[in-house]
Design a protein around this ligand. Structure first.
Ligand code: SF4
Length: 97
């Protein structure tokens, strides 16, 4: 018995376009953990909840995010964590304007 059925399986590749649009989405200030001073990055950057540097704190740092006036706010340097508005770390750079 010869079976010469040749089947061409046309593979229709399901090119589902998965848009990788998540890259630039900034995390907002919902239910994020407060940054601990024991966090290795916090330690490395000498982060403190209360700034000892005259005129410099998280509230007037260019890396602060989230809602102005909130006590704990996200910071670009510590993704997924909130820093104290009165805090400070060595990455502090004065917010422009
Ligand atoms: Fe505060 Fe440092 Fe973040 Fe600036 S970079 S907001 S000083 S923790």
């Amino acid at each position: 018995m010869k079976k010469l059925n040749r089947r061409d399986f046309l593979k229709v590749s399901g090119t589902s376009l998965v848009g990788m649009t998540l890259g630039g989405v900034a995390l907002r200030a919902n239910a994020q953990e407060q940054l601990s001073t024991d966090d290795p990055t916090a330690k490395a950057l000498q982060y403190v909840h209360t700034s000892a540097v005259e005129g410099a704190n998280c509230d007037n740092c260019m890396y602060i995010q989230g809602e102005a006036g909130a006590e704990w706010r996200p910071c670009a340097i510590f993704p997924g964590k909130n820093v104290n508005a009165k805090g400070w770390c060595s990455a502090w750079v004065k917010k422009p304007g």
